[in-house]
Design a protein around this ligand. Sequence first.
Ligand SMILES: [Zn+2]
Length: 750
Amino acid sequence: MLASLFRVNLGILFRDIQYSLQKSSKRKKFYSIKTIAKSTLFSHRVESAIATGSWTGERSGVTQNMDKTNYLSTISQLQRVSSMLPSDQENFLARTLHPTHYGRFCPIETPEGTEIGLRKNLAILSLVSTRVELDREKFLKDLVVDGLSIEGVEGTDVFFNGLFIGTVLNPEEFVVKIREKRRAGELPILLNVRNDPDLKNVIISTEAGRVLRPLIILENGASKLKNEDLVQIEQGQISWDGLIKKGIIEYLDAAEEENSLVALYEEEITPRHTHLEIDNIDLFGVVTSLVPYANHDQSSRLNRGSKTQKQALGLYSANYLCRLDTDVSILQYPQKPIVRSFVYDTLQTYPAGQNLTVAIITYEGYNMEDALVFNRGSLERGVGRSFYFRPYSAVEMNYAGGLKDEIAVPEKDSSGYKTEVSYKHLEEDGIIYPEADVNEGEVLIGKMSPPKFLSEAREISVRTKKESSVTMRQEEKGTIDSVFITEDEEGNKIVQIKTRDLRVPEIGDKFATAHGQKGVVGAIIPEEDVPFTSKGIRPDVMFNPHGLPSRMTVGYLLELLAGKVGCLKGEVVNGTAFSGASKKELEDQLEELGFSYDGKETMYSGVTGKKMVSKIFIGNLYYLKLKYMVANKLHGRASGKVALLTRQPIEGRARGGALRLGEMEQQALVAHGASLLLKERYDSDKILLPICTKCGATGIDDNIRDKTICPMCGSESIEHVEVSYAFKLLMEELQGLHIHSMFQLKNKYE
Ligand SMILES: [Zn+2]
């Protein structure tokens, strides 16, 4: 693909050169090739293809921006398989799960909505085949020895990478021989062979792009992975590759798996079985396999859980201090989960969450509709605190004709000079100092530019400069974290600044668990008002019990129970899906620790001190703070900027846009009887349109004679009608299509 991108762009470059040469030869003037073929043009095209992902041949999404919310989201993105099929068509077969997906693609992790099923994620152990080094001639010769006939004898057809290579009389024996050679290491491990007795053919494949999955080989009804191998693995004497070399594990593609019978558990093995599953969890992808007790959750909840895990704040990269990423946060005190899948330790991801004490209890109605009630004491001790980073940059450009930008404190006579207060943080070099606290609109990098157009310069004075400083974004505050000063290839000075903003959880911030149980903070309660147990434990979070029955997230409850055991014993609990510590084990351990087996405890009201009538389920759970924070969304405005064309308020928080009042909001206001408010809101682009009462055409203002007349019939009986500017625009666009529109005016009071 890179080659075709290069070829296409080189073609464009050649055509450009050809064109310029033809043009210059006509004029009898010759320039050096350096001026004709701008070296940057070619590299710019390649760079833009990589940056935007739209490559040659109308292929989009070839390159993507790496998701840096947390480390897990990065890993998950690297495991993603995107279909080329358009998302706006049904394509049912491509979207639904297929039996061959087992162990190859995660059945849970896929986006909801139009892309559902088209974006898949690889299962944890699956492997995509790559180019194989195989001497074709020698391989075919060896096949002849194994019974391949190239003389066109009747029998089963044999295909190698889609090409017919001969026939074979005893396909089963032939296939077994090839497999034995592969297991012995004589053939590449990525070679797969399938015997199809129904179609009477044997398919041998070494093609790249097949998804393979590893399985333990069975021999005479017994696993080839013996106990001594397990001991060796534990002692680190044998690696994964070693197991493959020893012929214990092999990779099968979907075709070869048709010839095999895979046992899920070792106890199930019969003489008919050919392979054994490595672990039950290998059907899941990276994200889903991390969910504790995932096998107890409803599938749709797990799907949502896999999404929330990728949005959790954590440590996205260990070198974040010297990186300039956009829209990233760092959780201040990330913890590894107490209850975790063994996959977690194998992956060695950076943590993104905290172990919180959770009580399943309602609290004064503040945790209705999935909201969470937080303990203020916990938040003050650091729960859910994060830093939000945003980079800003400015380049000191050198323009043609000796003009250049200047990074400095702007001069007072430069056009567009803000108030002196805006520049208060700038040092002599025009750059803000680290650790300065900045509010919205304050200048971070002072900069002056030469006037863009000559007319501009003539209007004011030749020496006047335009102020073009970089300021803090609207409705954002922060502290200057770091300042970087560098140079680009052309020698232009670059100043980059990173701001950091402390985010203590506030009402409206989103928290979630891996079980797809997400909610916003509904209230933050003073620590003394939080209910406590007989041991004096006050929960960090109070979760509404009504959030459980309809969601059926039993895994949530099990993780809570396991978390309690883990906390009390001070050890990590194995919560791997299918094989984690069982409910019975957890209950027994809780009883041993002197607690009620079901995790329930007597609790006392923090306000009155009274014992509560019912016992409360309390334990520990791994909670994730999601990247959606109120501070990033909070926005409001009075009148402000409008779009030039439609005169309607502009959109978007960053630009100081207005809030959209849609159809539903409008109806709510109508139902409420607030019609004046509605009128005010929809009047934002009102205009008085002069309309002729005789013929209904739009009138014009005759400024010379100072009267309004109708251009169609010349009548002076004109009424001004209030319409929206967008409507007037429509009228004018219709006029452009030669459609004349007329109005029939009626008396408002009739
Ligand atoms: Zn008229």
